[in-house]
Write a protein that binds this ligand. Structure first.
Ligand SMILES: [Cu+2]
Length: 311
């Protein structure tokens, strides 16, 4: 994806538009004020420069016109900003009495997404239908995080014990990079996510597929990996629907192979990268809450082929 486009200057939703419009306006007004002040300082420096035998300029006192102007003008500018901010908040903040269409739960250092209507559950790659305004509920499983998709929505803190909410909408289909914007520990900088905006039929097809258990009919190699997965502690942390793996502490792996990335969008989901991850997750993303199992190469390759079968 084009990282350069991942900025507030390329908003792709009405909510992000409001915020970036306000940001740009404040930036321009402040730049003009800075220029005026700088010009006055430099012209004073030049005009009142000490000359041999020159006199000090006459100080100005009690000029009520000047004093009124420099009090009233900033006051009006601030009132103008306040009004625009209140209007922007009204457009970008959802009501508090509506049920969320999507629940996003932040974890150190990945994102869980739950779709209450369909019961679908996924991690780090959050699909939404394009052009539809969704109310997103935000909850944290541990510490304070911050949900931020610069091109789609305002920033919103995700606070343990205090559910927050925001509107999420994308005008155009595509992948929008999001990131955690509140320092939350060792891997804060690697806690990304994707908002994948799809046409409504594509989105429906995705939901339907995610709602089913993974395909059966594993090859022999995949079966070996599956037995290994079930016999190790993987199942205490990860879920694969339709199997005894029901762990809740880590990304759901039911349709792991249908995702584009691994580790909260830090690596493309390829068998090579997955093998690297399994060989030693702590080397790929140090300090994460998945231990290094010191697996043998044969175990890594079995687990890799099993996990890549979870389409
Ligand atoms: Cu963070």
């Amino acid at each position: 994806m084009n990282e350069a486009l991942n900025s507030v200057f390329h908003s792709e939703s009405p909510q992000a538009e409001v915020i970036s419009g306000l940001f740009i306006l404040v930036l321009i007004v402040c730049a003009v004020i800075l220029l005026i002040v700088a010009a006055m300082i430099f012209s004073s420096l030049a005009r009142f420069r000490h000359k041999p035998g020159g006199l000090d300029p006459k100080p100005r006192h009690g000029n009520w016109k000047l004093e009124t102007a420099w009090t009233v003008i900033p006051f009006l500018i601030l009132i103008w900003f306040l009004t625009l901010t209140a209007k922007g908040m009204k457009e970008s903040n959802p009501p508090s009495d509506q049920k969320p269409d999507l629940l996003v739960i932040s974890h150190q250092w990945w994102w869980e997404a739950r779709y209450p209507q369909s019961g679908v559950l996924t991690a780090n790659e959050i699909h939404i239908p394009v052009g539809v305004r969704w109310l997103v509920g935000l909850e944290s499983a541990d510490v304070i995080h911050d949900f931020w998709v610069p091109r789609l929505a305002p920033k919103m803190d995700v606070v343990p014990g205090h559910p927050n909410r925001l509107w999420l909408e994308a005008d155009k289909p595509g992948n929008y990079l999001g990131t955690c914007a509140e320092f939350c520990g060792a891997q804060h900088a690697q806690m990304h996510f994707l908002i994948i905006a799809q046409s409504p039929p594509e989105f429906e097809a995705w939901v339907e597929k995610q709602g089913k258990p993974p395909p059966r009919g594993l090859t022999e190699g995949e079966q070996k990996g599956s037995r290994l997965f079930q016999s190790m502690t993987c199942v205490n942390c990860h879920t694969v629907n339709g199997t005894p793996a029901k762990g809740q502490a880590a990304p759901d792996l039911t349709h792991f192979a249908s995702r584009q990335t691994i580790g909260a969008v830090i690596l493309p989901n390829t068998p090579e990268n997955l093998a690297r991850w399994l060989k030693n997750p702590q080397a790929v993303k140090p300090a994460i809450l998945m231990p290094d199992f010191k697996l043998t190469d044969a175990q890594v390759s079995g687990l890799t082929s099993y996990l890549e079968s979870l389409k």
